[in-house]
Ligand binder design. Structure first.
Ligand code: DAH
Length: 353
């Protein structure tokens, strides 16, 4: 066979092989076999010297044509195969959109905040506004202006955190410092009476501090919600109606309230309010210590002394006030036996609410 025919046969055969290659690795084999150092076409090039003179031009031309044709076919097929291989790879690792997602753990508001909001909402619905006062307070707002007698036990070092004197040299003792961590939100009543126009309808949620060791019913820091109304013609009946409404909203329509006479320095008369036990409904059980009732807050008619100390004429205005512990209400609402459980951060417990 003439060399040119051999070359034509090689071209056909090589282009066939390229067309049939199923992956890029096969193409590489074909390339090496034909165009590589020891490749067939390279062999023809090398032996050009032995080709008869009159054939040489035609053979050289054909070798070149075959080389170009093979190179082009290789490049074109390689592009095709690479695209297909990429497609296959993407296909194999495709996202399965039907797989269920990985659930993110969502945070929720803490029970103490939720109860605070719930009580606030109930009073906002009655037209009250929310007031705030400082947690670091003076003796005047926490005790004095609330009619607390100088020898009242809550004023003692054993019950109140007094703030260290600015010199930082020694913890201020009573008489040297009148700055303290408020033991009750009742001081906000005084701020409101001083600062706001009459009439006043406020609630004041916030943190309070006492020198108590944490136990099932005491915490050194807890949350109170204070309420204060000062208006013309306010009576004990208004107080009862308001707190009865609060209890029913908070604990359920079927719950009853009762008012027991009590003493607070800043209210006269004063009362403690109980709500009927949600577990035994008044029969008496372990949760209510056999009484059928749970104590939930303190209240009373604002003492005329307290009104006049804040510049309000008790002849013209009267008012009522109340204060409750949020942690205690949370525990009563959800039958939690120990206040400390609210603060331990045990997610298994907190997630229940
Ligand atoms: N401040 C009282 C306490 O911490 C609670 C309280 C009782 C607030 C009667 C009041 C009230 O406004 O009228 O125990």
């Amino acid at each position: 066979m003439a060399i040119v025919d051999e070359l034509e046969a090689l071209r056909t055969q090589t282009l066939d092989a390229i067309a049939q290659a199923g992956e890029t690795a096969e193409l590489e084999h074909v390339r090496v076999a034909v165009l590589g150092k020891a490749g067939t076409l390279t062999g023809y090039l090398r032996s050009m010297g032995q080709v008869a003179k009159e054939e040489r031009a035609a053979v050289g031309k054909t070798v070149n044509e075959v080389r170009v044709a093979v190179e082009e076919a290789l490049a074109a097929r390689k592009a095709e195969l690479s695209a297909a291989e990429l497609e296959a790879k993407i296909g194999a690792s495709a996202v399965d959109v039907t797989l269920p997602g990985r659930a993110q753990q969502m945070g929720t508001r803490h029970l103490i905040n939720r109860i605070t909001d719930e009580v606030s909402e109930i009073f906002l619905g009655l037209g009250y506004t929310v007031a705030q006062g400082p947690e670091v307070e003076t003796d005047y707002y926490n005790f004095e202006a609330l009619n607390a007698p100088a020898d009242h036990p809550s004023r003692s070092l054993a019950d109140t955190f007094y703030v260290v004197d600015r010199s930082g040299e020694k913890a201020a003792v009573r008489g040297e410092s009148d700055v303290l961590l408020r033991t009750q939100t009742s001081g906000v009543q005084v701020h409101a009476m001083e600062d706001q126009d009459l009439p006043i309808y406020i609630i004041a949620p916030g943190k309070v501090y006492r020198r108590d060791v944490a136990d099932p019913s005491h915490l050194p820091q807890f949350t109170q919600i204070e309420g204060l109304v000062v208006d013309k013609g306010i009576t004990f009946g208004d107080l009862k109606g308001t707190l009865d409404y609060l209890c029913k909203q908070l604990f359920g329509e079927e719950r009853k309230t009762r008012f027991r006479a009590h003493y607070f320095p800043f209210t006269e008369p004063s009362a403690e309010v109980d709500v009927s036990c949600g577990i035994c409904h008044g029969e008496g059980c372990r949760f209510c210590k056999g009484t059928g009732w749970l104590e939930i807050l303190g209240c009373g008619m604002v003492d005329p002394n307290v009104l006049s100390m804040s510049g309000i004429d008790p002849e013209e205005y009267s008012g009522f006030a109340f204060g409750m512990g949020v942690e205690r209400i949370a525990c009563l609402k959800y039958n939690v036996p120990d206040l400390r459980m609210l603060l331990e951060g045990d997610m298994r417990f907190l997630r229940q609410f």
